[in-house]
Design a binder for this molecule. Structure first.
Ligand SMILES: C[S@@+](CC[C@H](N)C(=O)[O-])C[C@H]1O[C@@H](n2cnc3c(N)ncnc32)[C@H](O)[C@@H]1O
Length: 215
């Protein structure tokens, strides 16, 4: 299924060609149940739902977890992309539209729910720190996870440990962002390497950015 990644006039972690590369990975595996850790403004969530609803005739689920402004437990995390602090845009029209007309915080459950409203029966948005909430979620049916939340060593290890515990030996996919030099975060790379080594997992490196684990 060829679908172009749309920005929905919001900020996304997957700018330019990266959104389409992500969608290609997603459609490659044709998953039904997808988890995204780190939802930000919901653009990847929306594109994921657009794709899943087409490929699965609306029979799909999307779970998104983000701090959404709640407290984080792991203080070392690179938590707030600068944008989140004052919701600054380089485009002045967007600034007026979101900050003065709508007065909408784009990284909030309310705002992301609005963006995903046509999929309201298929989605679940969870507010919290994955160091605390991930272990409380039933992940047994997840086919594909996009891991793009907290970027500290401890959080990445925590998230991979819990995800792998539920997905192990099921030939499911964990796609991790910020591994390769195109979007390099040293702590993320180290955590993924250490985890893969400890569990004897092979990493597929996608376009010098994503590290993909097949469980
Ligand atoms: C890089 S952004 C995600 C981008 C998004 N995946 C996209 O494609 O647009 C990282 C997000 O992770 C969230 N985050 C950071 N630490 C977290 C944690 N420990 N638990 C849950 N979410 C976290 C932040 O609030 C932020 O919205």
């Amino acid at each position: 299924m060829q679908l172009k990644y749309k920005s929905y006039w919001r900020k996304s972690g997957l700018k330019g060609k990266w959104g389409n590369i992500f969608l290609e990975r997603l459609s490659n595996y044709n998953p039904k149940n997808v988890l995204e850790i780190g939802v930000f403004c919901g653009v990847t969530a929306r594109n994921t739902c657009d794709l899943l609803s087409k490929t699965n005739e609306k029979n799909f689920s999307y779970i998104g977890i983000d701090l959404f402004g709640s407290d984080q437990n792991e203080y070392k995390d690179e938590i707030k992309p600068k944008f989140l602090k004052d919701q600054k845009f380089s485009n002045p029209l967007k600034n007026i539209y979101y900050n003065y007309i709508l007065r909408e915080n784009l990284n909030s459950v309310q705002s992301v729910s609005k963006l995903l409203k046509e999929y309201k029966d298929n989605i679940r948005l969870i507010s919290g720190d994955t160091n605390k909430v991930l272990k409380e979620i039933d992940l047994q049916n997840i086919d594909f996870t996009f891991l793009d939340g907290g970027h500290s060593y401890q959080t990445v290890i925590n998230d991979l440990t819990i995800l792998y515990g539920s997905m192990k030996d099921k030939k499911k996919v964990i796609l991790c962002d910020d591994y390769g030099k195109e979007s390099y975060i040293p702590e993320v790379e180290k955590a993924i390497n250490d985890f893969a080594k400890q569990n004897n997992l092979k990493l597929n490196i996608i376009e010098n950015r994503f590290a993909e684990i097949i469980t």
